[in-house]
Design a protein around this ligand. Structure first.
Ligand SMILES: Nc1ncnc2c1ncn2[C@@H]1O[C@H](COP(=O)(O)OP(=O)(O)OP(=O)(O)O)[C@@H](O)[C@H]1O
Ligand SMILES: [Mg+2]
Length: 476
């Protein structure tokens, strides 16, 4: 029973004396709370640092009132006899009412999607929530992918292009089972090519992806950067300047020749070809240590070139992505990352794909919702964290799904405007998420059933308990 639980909570904060309320009074209040819920108001109960507070939140801020009703008279044992106890309204008897209310009083929720229901009231995620990033957390089997699939599918009804980076290959079945609309599935070998360089991403960010995944030293990264600038064909003078630094000196004609080779193709093979051409010409000028560094770089690039996945990477951007994902129709596109068996390459592909989607949203004016599963694989990358921090400006929202929130970098948590928490069994993860949700007591997170979530946006005082309903209509 809720009342008993709340009393337990109060006691655990060393508040012992609870008087002044009868069961009959609680019954009366319960009827009142049900009526309140029907008009979109709610009972709110918050405990922070040992002090609990209850109040009634009305749907419109014009009518907010402090309700001074007789309730639970709570006193602190250390202050017995003094008159500084406080009064709590008796809590409603059902969990639902305790956590329900209007999700966001001032937003226009006609332009949003229904996530699910809280005591018959639709809980809506508006456009702004989608663009300001959503974090879905929960233990294995708690319903995260189902929730993400619903949000993605429904977002397409309000003018978003959902793109699902499907790490485990489960979304095709999820969408097929629960939703009627069309969707496109892309799998290897027909994945769109992603490019190492992107017009709206600074080169140092692009390079840092290769640097991390191929484990390159700073010197190897600068060699690679020089050749990638050359590959973009835009700035011969800068390319020559960078090459001059890494090979001491290079003639203008040689630079032109390298550019032509790179122009003749757009694959990792051309890149390796030009790097080895320069290396072979200059190797006698290099020290033994320098030779080793160049050779190690070539060996690392060969990991991609000799793998079966060489053809899903390009050096320069192509228009392929734009065509394959059908950016202009709003049906979801599922990118089956699981069909890339090498984890190192899968991760690299995903990061470059995100980079290209960012460019696409930037230049195309389309609003994109990107679903990222197993996000810890990508969020440890500076580039992705930076994209997430910046993209809300560019019409691209992220829906990030994780099962172990405590391994997320601290910064990324702050970037999510909406947190949707499913059941969490690990105590450490619960504590992290309870804090983010503004819950004093994390135990409720361990008791949620499949599809039950606690939702909190930054502008809400307390989270809402919501049942995610797959059969519900997408829009209000
Ligand atoms: N809204 C819901 N209502 C009822 N049942 C649900 C709901 N969402 C998910 N489930 C059930 O919960 C189970 C797990 O769902 P799902 O695969 O989405 O969990 P998950 O958190 O993504 O798990 P994993 O961590 O293994 O990927 C499924 O059997 C599904 O039927
Ligand atoms: Mg899942």
């Amino acid at each position: 029973m809720v009342l008993a639980r709340i009393l337990r909570r109060l006691r655990s904060r060393s508040i012992v004396e609870v008087t002044g309320v009868s069961e009959q009074f609680i019954d009366h209040m319960d009827v009142f709370y049900k009526r309140l819920a029907a008009i979109g108001g709610r009972y709110v109960f918050e405990c922070r640092s040992g002090t609990c507070l209850s109040f009634i939140e009305l749907p419109s801020s014009d009518y907010q009132a402090i309700v001074a009703a007789p309730g639970l008279d709570v006193r602190n044992p250390s202050q017995q006899g003094k008159m500084n106890g406080y009064t709590l309204l008796p809590p409603p008897r059902g969990d639902r009412i305790l956590w329900c209310g209007k999700t966001k009083p001032d937003s226009d929720e006609r332009y949003g999607i229904i996530l699910g229901y809280c005591a018959n009231a639709a809980v809506v995620l508006d456009e702004d929530s989608l663009l300001r990033h959503i974090l879905v957390v929960g233990s294995t089997g708690s319903g995260k992918s189902h929730t993400a699939a619903r949000i993605a599918m429904c977002s397409s009804r309000i003018g978003f292009k959902p793109i699902i980076l499907d790490w485990h290959g489960e979304y095709e079945q999820l969408l097929g089972r629960h939703y009627a609309g069309d969707y496109t599935v892309l799998s290897y070998p027909d994945l769109p090519r992603v490019a190492f360089t992107s017009s709206s991403i600074p080169l140092e960010s692009s390079i840092s992806v290769l640097e991390r995944t191929l484990d390159l030293s700073p010197f190897q990264s600068s060699i690679l950067a020089a050749f990638l600038v050359l590959a973009t064909q835009q700035d011969a003078a800068t390319a020559k300047g960078l090459l001059d630094v890494v090979v001491n000196h290079i003639e203008r004609d040689e630079v032109k020749e390298l550019m032509d080779t790179l122009k003749s193709g757009n694959t990792v093979h051309e890149l390796i070809h030009v790097i080895s051409t320069v290396f072979n010409k200059k190797r006698n000028d290099f020290t033994r240590a320098e030779q080793e560094i160049w050779l190690a770089l070539l060996r690392r690039l060969n990991i991609i070139a000799t793998s079966r996945y060489a053809n899903i990477f390009a050096i320069r951007e192509t228009k392929e992505l734009l065509k394959t994902i059908h950016i202009d129709d709003y049906s979801p596109t599922i990118v089956r990352l699981d069909t890339i068996l090498s984890l190192r390459i899968r991760k690299m592909y995903a990061v470059y794909l995100l980079q290209m989607l960012y460019t696409l949203a930037n230049t195309n004016g389309t609003r994109i919702l990107v679903v990222v599963e197993e996000a810890h694989n990508l969020l440890d990358n500076k580039v992705v964290s930076e994209l997430i921090a910046e993209t809300r400006k560019y019409g691209i929202g992220f829906l990030v799904v994780v099962h172990t929130p405590r391994i997320l970098p601290e910064l990324s948590e702050a970037n999510f405007n909406t947190i949707i928490a499913h059941r969490i069994t690990s105590v450490n993860d619960r504590l992290v998420i309870a804090k983010t949700l503004g819950l004093d007591d994390d135990s409720i997170l361990s008791k949620l059933e499949e599809g039950d979530v606690l939702v909190r946006r930054h502008d809400m005082k307390t989270p809402l308990l919501v049942k995610v309903e797959h059969k519900a209509p997408c829009t209000p």
